[in-house]
Design a protein around this ligand. Sequence first.
Ligand code: ADP
Ligand code: MG
Length: 332
Amino acid sequence: MRKLLAATLCCLMLVAARACAEETRSFFAMDTAMRLRIWGGDAALADECVARVEQLEALLSVTAEDSEIARLNRAGRCELSDDTAALLRFALDMGEKTGGALDVTLYPVVRAWGFTTGAYRVPDADELNALLALVDYRAVELDGASASLPAGAMADLGSVAKGYASDELAALLRGRGIAAALLDLGGNIYCLGGKEDGSDWRVGVRNPLGDGYCAVLALRDRAVITSGGYERYFEAEDGTRYSHIFDPATGRPVDNDLLSVTVVGESGALCDALSTALCVMGAERATAYLAGQREVGAVLMRRDEVFVVSASLRDAFAPAGAFAAWGVEWID
Ligand code: ADP
Ligand code: MG
């Protein structure tokens, strides 16, 4: 009996040594459901990751009373922490690089349509024009940690916050020697390392037309971030759907030839910024933008049932199920 017990124990220990223990955390932050899966770390490390996301949310939330962004928007100026200053600097640069498709000062417009407040409505042209006069990322002044806005303007880092948070978690985990983690920040995915058996992570791209996935990406050490009008929207009385991604040129929700945009790269912040901006650009401008890009790859889903995919993702990309019938065009 003793021998049997010892043998069983031995077997169990072998299994434990082979497969790293998994720590999982599911929680709600940044207005979305998050799930972290970390292999080879302990409970304290997983808790630290959750706390880091909550700390970033407390700094960046546009709706919280007391965040740095809320204070900046209320007072027109604010001394920012390193995190907020770095992310604002990055988002302003991305405004420049995307020709204003990403604009962190869009918030007065987004709010007028009822996003973040829940009081959805369609503002008339006069109201929109008055609000659009407040929208211009170039008017944000950021001198070191001191930020200021013109009267009435408001900043919102919601288009890049989750991507930035995923980078911060990946850096924290790598610094602690973690070799495998799957971070899902509300559909903004960061896959760290590869699977335990040495194979790539397989990340599904959400089907914007229904349930399940439309494609799978085989990757390691990459952020995978999708934006699309299907994620959050409201429906007006006449049945028109208005999405939460806005064109800063018109102040209106994006409604173009793209169903969704998925951006893949080493920087989650960059992927997040670009997934939003490429949605705004539409297929033609987005395709031109992606040509020759080395830092990111992307999967554009065009309404005419074509995947437009960066050639750098040729080995990683596979359409799923019925989407195998879609066309594929490659961007070199
Ligand atoms: P999600 O937060 O659903 O993952 P995104 O990363 O695409 O989606 O960010 C969308 C959010 O960013 C919106 O909820 C809105 O607050 C803000 N936003 C919408 N359009 C723009 C834009 N063109 N530039 C900057 N921020 C935007
Ligand atoms: Mg984004």
